[in-house]
Design a protein around this ligand. Structure first.
Ligand SMILES: NC(=O)c1ccc[n+]([C@@H]2O[C@H](COP(=O)([O-])OP(=O)(O)OC[C@H]3O[C@@H](n4cnc5c(N)ncnc54)[C@H](OP(=O)(O)O)[C@@H]3O)[C@@H](O)[C@H]2O)c1
Length: 296
């Protein structure tokens, strides 16, 4: 399976849409308008998947990279996330942010909208936010929906909310479908409980910080694999993520690194190499809302 992967490979989502297996992420690029240049470059070298967020304050500039690249909109998968810190995390706040995302990106639809983090307004906030996304799908504004940084406790609660919404809104399908989940994932943070939960429901698992922000490049096992395969540590980590069945989202504002990070489809790690790089560590390099209690 792994050897057949290419940069245009996709994963079929529960929504029926196709998610390209390698994502280009753009957390808070400085200056903001650099986002247009780097997104355009990423698309020109073959990426077909952009990961943005309302909280990155550059979703408009990122989406402008689509037009600048000349790549047809229909062949690109554009994600954003809600909420932001200064909007209420509830039905009204999220409804407004979906419309803001459409206006800022000038796109006629968003491929994927994720709830960025679970905490901020407790169970009612999360249920309202999800209902706003379900309605956005029904209105044709958004194609697929999902969550980011949810712990298993939040995921179980969401399944309950979906059932409640089905009962309240007229039956099966009316509670929405979870297509994608996004978490920090790499060999030093495997999150087996969350990944299992998703796999049992065919939810695509996206991996952020897939190259651990460069902080583990001197790991001896990683160095040995890089030498053996004639690849960089970043390329080994991205290939590892793909072969785990994750959808890695890698960020760079450096044009040469954007190209380097796309060069992960001309080699393969053995099953033993994939297993051997994995660890039991729980080492977070960004943040970890998965541990937040339901009341928060
Ligand atoms: N849902 C969430 O809460 C959440 C949280 C964090 C991230 N994300 C998403 O995941 C994406 C990636 O995460 P991330 O940016 O935190 O981590 P990352 O992709 O693991 O690492 C990015 C860092 O590595 C550097 N880099 C990139 N390619 C490199 C290479 N080939 N060699 C050496 N260094 C390289 C980048 O520098 P330069 O840019 O200077 O090249 C940047 O400093 C984000 O852009 C965002 O879309 C989501």
């Amino acid at each position: 399976m792994a050897s057949k992967l290419s940069i245009s490979s996709t994963v079929k989502l529960n929504s029926g849409f196709e998610l390209p297996v390698l994502g280009f992420g753009l957390t808070c690029s400085r200056p903001k308008d650099k986002a247009t240049e780097v997104c355009s470059h990423a698309l020109k070298v073959g990426y077909r998947h952009i990961d943005s967020a309302s909280a990155y304050h550059n979703q408009g500039e990122s989406a402008a990279g689509i037009a600048a690249s000349g790549v047809p909109r229909e062949s690109i998968f554009f994600t954003t996330k809600v909420p932001v810190n200064d909007k209420p995390f509830d039905y009204d706040g999220v409804r407004e942010l979906v419309d803001t995302a459409l206006a800022q990106t000038k796109l006629t639809y968003l491929d994927l909208v994720l709830i960025h983090w679970p905490h901020g307004n407790g169970p009612n906030g999360r249920k309202g936010a999800w209902r706003a996304l379900v309605e956005a799908v029904e209105a044709g504004k958004v194609r697929s929906i999902g969550v980011s940084n949810y712990g298993v406790q939040h995921l179980n609660e969401l399944e309950g909310h979906i059932k409640e919404l089905e009962a309240e809104r007229g039956g099966p399908g009316k509670g929405g479908v979870i297509s994608v989940g996004q978490w920090e994932l790499h060999p030093w943070l495997m999150r087996p409980d969350i990944v299992k939960w998703c796999r049992e429901r065919n939810i695509a698992v996206e991996a952020y910080c897939p190259i651990v922000r460069g902080k583990r490049f001197d790991d001896p096992k990683l160095q040995a694999l890089a030498s053996k395969h004639g690849k960089t540590p970043a390329q080994i980590l991205l290939r590892w993520s793909l072969q785990q069945g994750f959808v890695p989202l890698v960020k760079s504002v450096t044009l040469s690194r954007i190209e380097e990070n796309a060069g992960v489809f001309d080699f393969e790690l053995s099953d033993d190499e994939v297993k051997d790089l994995a660890t039991d560590e729980y080492s977070v390099c960004s943040w970890d809302p998965t541990v937040k209690p339901l009341e928060e």
